[in-house]
Design a protein around this ligand. Sequence first.
Ligand SMILES: Nc1ncnc2c1ncn2[C@@H]1O[C@H](COP(=O)(O)OP(=O)(O)OP(=O)(O)O)[C@@H](O)[C@H]1O
Ligand SMILES: [Mg+2]
Length: 312
Amino acid sequence: MSDYKYSIEAKNVNKTFYKKNQEVKALIDFSISIKRGTIHGLLGPNGAGKSTFINILGGLVKKNSGEVNICGINIDQNIKLSKFKIGIVPQELNIDPFFSPAELLELQAGLYGVPKKKRKTDEILENLKLTEQRNAYARTLSGGMRRRLLIGKALVHDPEIIILDEPTAGVDIDIRTSVWNYIKNISKQGKTICLTTHYLEEAENLCDNISIINFGKKIIEGSKSELLSIISKKSVSFVLNKDISIPKDLDDYNPTYSDGILKLNYDKNQTNIKEIIDILDKNKIEFKEINTVEGDLEDVFLKVINNKNAKA
Ligand SMILES: Nc1ncnc2c1ncn2[C@@H]1O[C@H](COP(=O)(O)OP(=O)(O)OP(=O)(O)O)[C@@H](O)[C@H]1O
Ligand SMILES: [Mg+2]
């Protein structure tokens, strides 16, 4: 097995589309390094350039410039080999309606030259909870079933990297959880996974590392916890014993008071909650309950994108 640290390494990739004579810069000097064996999330709003990047990896879109290596293989030098290293689950549900799931997986395995003995059609169908639909026409499958079948199609040649473009779009909560578990299982087998998602909960649940992109540019990249530490704002609410008027000492904390609840915001890097409680004590404000809320990835996402837009 060849030795490489990054399953996917892209440097300064540019892609411009021309739509009705208008230039659309889908990727601008886009670089990314996805560590082998990790689950990497690609996040960004609609039109950010996520699918364009994925399509470049799969050889469906040609980049204008830059370098891309897949498992250490430069795609410009050997697209055929690099394509074998990845399995892509596309964003669109493009499934031939007249084949059954089993036939589609067999066909795909044939395309990749997987010998009959090595095919895992039934195992894949079972893992994706499609055994019952094994021989049904694909056109009779629900959206969630189609999405799972597409995941199966990407796995037939046992690729080292699995790329999922919105793996759970339009999939119900139950199935979403089972797709997540399935992705985690594939990851445990040592595969590298790259996924795009609009569900921040999904990224929080699955990803080791995350890149956020917007307008074709990478805005930020880091481990999930690094990204979470960007937002240092915390909010705290006190359920009070009796009505108060807000003391001036609390002005720095954006105080609001209604229905017996006093809400304050503070920067946890600068303020210790003890300081706030001391102010309450000093003002003889008694509370019977205290709740703190920390930011999640959604806050990171909004914060970095808003900062970027504000600067632009
Ligand atoms: N084949 C194409 N021809 C012209 N423009 C394109 C083409 N493919 C993508 N684009 C444009 O490139 C930009 C990036 O699109 P892309 O599909 O990569 O975004 P995305 O991040 O995947 O968005 P979404 O979250 O909506 O899937 C968009 O402005 C899109 O309109
Ligand atoms: Mg997309």
